[in-house]
Design a protein around this ligand. Structure first.
Ligand SMILES: *Cc1c(COP(=O)(O)O)cnc(C)c1O
Length: 351
């Protein structure tokens, strides 16, 4: 009785699903979470009433943080829900398609398959930039283009001029979604200031990565007020639980934004230290340039490296299944201690 597309669906393999036999001394470098814990407690402790459909207070705080009007913001259950409601709002299943550029975040594919929306994949170029010329030739019946910026799992930002070229090219015809899940690690590359100019631009944000709140499940859609109003029709009536609103607001207090920005700096420093130490390791073929809290590394034998790290309770993300990422592992930047342990183990393997 199951729909055909669901029956044949290859589901998203979340890091937590792949490796759930973890304990306290396991080092998890496979889901791009923050290794830094911030402690919060609930201010509001009664739950008999439904939450506000869209918490005005939370939106006001996020509005100050991104410097946009509250009318340009929708709160979602993580950026993943943003992906889903945008597809459901704009795409007619079967007839209309989305486009994305592998290697990239797998949820664009999974969500499209669930909704029976067809997709076109235009591989990025070898420097992981958009293949604009080829995209241009494949826009028939495309309703949404998803661009992950900076891109997961490669770690690079997409050239702003290329994105603008694309926005101009498809004005009034195609929605361009920029997934800025990791943008806090290279905040000056954000495209939020283009929202006023391009009415086909939607930006996705989340508290899961730089804010260190993956467990909270809170994200944001940033776009013009007309699209926000349309998306409001599609999102569930009470999507964001009160405890989530409560803690998301606290995370956006000015003093906590300062802490978040300092944590971002710490992680970027750890990344620099890690990459510097990995240079000249014989087991490594290439370290890809990263503007995020993870780094993609091509090894000579990633299967062996993955297995050996796993034995030492360090879990990273295998990317070997991706056509152009053979022998690549994606490693989340952890605390300085975690980076040291990683180096310690990799050094042993490279002798
Ligand atoms: C982690 C991630 C998401 C999902 O974020 P949530 O807010 O936790 O749902 C979306 N896009 C990209 C590129 C990600 O890496």
């Amino acid at each position: 009785m199951v729909r055909k597309n669901i029956f044949s669906l290859k589901p998203y393999k979340s890091a937590r699903l792949l490796h759930n036999n973890i304990n306290n001394n396991t080092i998890l470098l496979n889901a791009n979470e923050s290794p830094i814990i911030s402690l919060f407690s609930l201010n509001k402790k009664t739950f008999n009433k439904y939450p506000e459909p869209q918490s005005r207070e939370l939106i006001n705080f996020y509005s100050k943080y991104v410097n946009l009007n509250y009318k340009n913001i929708l709160v979602t259950r993580g950026a993943d829900e943003g992906i889903d409601i945008i597809m459901r709002t704009f795409c007619d299943p079967v007839k209309e398609k989305i486009l994305f550029c592998p290697p990239t975040y797998d949820m664009y594919r999974v969500n499209a398959e669930i909704l029976n929306i067809k997709y076109i994949m235009i591989n990025s170029l070898n420097n992981w930039e958009l293949n604009i010329n080829f995209i241009k030739k494949n826009l028939y019946n495309i309703k949404i283009i998803f661009i992950c910026h900076p891109n997961n799992p490669t770690g690079n930002c997409i050239n702003k001029n290329n994105i603008i070229k694309l926005l101009e090219l498809v004005k009034n015809k195609i929605i361009i979604v920029i997934d800025e899940a990791y943008i806090e690690f290279c905040i000056n590359k954000t495209l939020v200031n283009l929202i006023d100019k391009y009415h086909n631009l939607i930006i996705l944000r989340t508290l899961s990565k730089a804010f260190g709140l993956a467990g909270l499940r809170c994200g944001f859609i940033l776009t013009n007020s007309k699209i926000i109003n349309i998306l409001q029709k599609v999102i569930a009536p009470y999507p964001i639980p009160n405890p989530v609103i409560d803690i998301a607001i606290q995370a956006l207090y000015p003093k906590n934004l300062i802490i978040m920005k300092n944590n971002v700096k710490k992680i970027i420093n750890n990344k620099k230290w890690l990459i510097n130490n990995l240079k000249n390791y014989k087991i490594i073929k290439k370290i890809f340039y990263s503007e995020t809290n993870f780094v993609l590394i091509k090894f000579f034998n990633s299967h062996y490296i993955f297995k050996e790290l796993y034995k030492k309770k360090i879990i990273v993300r295998n990317q070997n299944h991706e056509n152009r990422l053979k022998n690549c592992l994606r490693i989340t930047i952890g605390t300085f201690n975690e980076c040291k342990k990683l180096i310690f183990e990799l050094k042993k393997l490279s002798c």
